[in-house]
Design a protein around this ligand. Structure first.
Ligand SMILES: [Zn+2]
Length: 201
C-alpha cells in the first residue's frame, strides 16, 4: 500500500495546539467552515484521501438550555465520509467533543452544521448521492412500506441516515398539511353562523 502523508504525527486536540499546526491550503480545499485540516494522507492503492481535522469552534451550545459552554468533558474519535475528489473517496477524521453545560450541568455532544447528528457522512456527501437514489422523496416513499433497516440495505445507506431523511421529509409534509388548517377553521365558523360553506371545505 502506498500512502503519502503530509504529517505522520497523530491528531492533537489539546489547548497547546496552535494555528501553526493548521494546513491552510488543505483547509481551504476542504471548504468546511467548521473544520481546520491539520494534515492529510493520500492512499493511492485504496484511492482515498484522509483529512485529519480539528473542529474550529472553542465552544458549543447546550441543546437543553441554550447556554454556551467551553467546558470540554470528553473527546470521541469520528471518521466520516465526505464528497469524493478526483475519483477518490474522502474521509474526515476528527474528535467530536462532549461538553458540560455550566447552567444545567448536563453533558452533551456538540452538533455540527456540516454533519447531521450521529451520522457517518457529511451533509454534502449525502446530498451528492441522493439524486442517484431518487432524492429524499423516494427514500420517504420506500420507508412507508418497509423498515428503515430494509430500506437502508436496499439503498446501501446507513439506517440512521434513512430514518433521519424520512422524518425530515415527514416534517415537510406535515408543515404543508398545516397550511390547510385555516381553511378548515374558516369553514367551521361559517357553519356556526349559518352560512353554507362549499368549495373551501
Ligand atoms: Zn444546559
Amino acid at each position: 500500500m502506498s500512502i503519502i502523508s503530509t504529517k505522520p504525527t497523530p491528531i492533537k486536540n489539546d489547548e497547546t495546539q496552535s494555528e501553526i499546526d493548521v494546513d491552510e491550503t488543505a483547509t481551504e480545499l476542504l471548504g468546511l467552515q467548521e473544520f481546520v485540516v491539520l494534515s492529510y494522507d493520500i492512499d493511492e492503492a485504496q484511492k482515498q484521501y484522509i483529512f485529519h481535522c480539528r473542529i474550529n469552534l472553542d465552544y458549543a451550545i447546550c441543546p437543553r438550555c441554550r447556554k454556551v459552554s467551553e467546558n470540554i468533558h470528553q473527546y470521541k474519535y469520528r471518521c466520516v465520509r465526505d464528497v469524493s475528489c478526483f475519483e477518490s473517496k474522502v474521509y474526515l477524521i476528527f474528535d467530536i467533543r462532549r461538553f458540560r453545560c455550566p447552567k444545567c450541568h448536563k453533558i452533551f455532544t456538540e452538533s455540527l452544521e456540516s454533519i447531521a447528528f450521529n451520522q457517518c457522512y457529511t451533509r454534502r456527501f449525502e446530498y451528492s448521492v441522493l439524486p442517484s437514489l431518487g432524492g429524499t422523496r423516494m427514500v420517504y416513499r420506500e420507508c412507508l412500506g418497509q423498515t428503515f433497516q430494509d430500506v437502508a440495505k436496499k439503498l446501501d445507506m446507513n439506517w440512521h441516515t434513512v430514518e433521519r431523511l424520512f422524518y425530515e421529509k415527514a416534517c415537510e409534509q406535515f408543515q404543508y398539511s398545516t397550511k390547510q388548517f385555516p381553511q378548515i377553521l374558516g369553514c367551521t365558523i361559517n357553519l356556526h353562523i349559518g352560512h353554507f360553506c362549499e368549495a373551501r371545505c
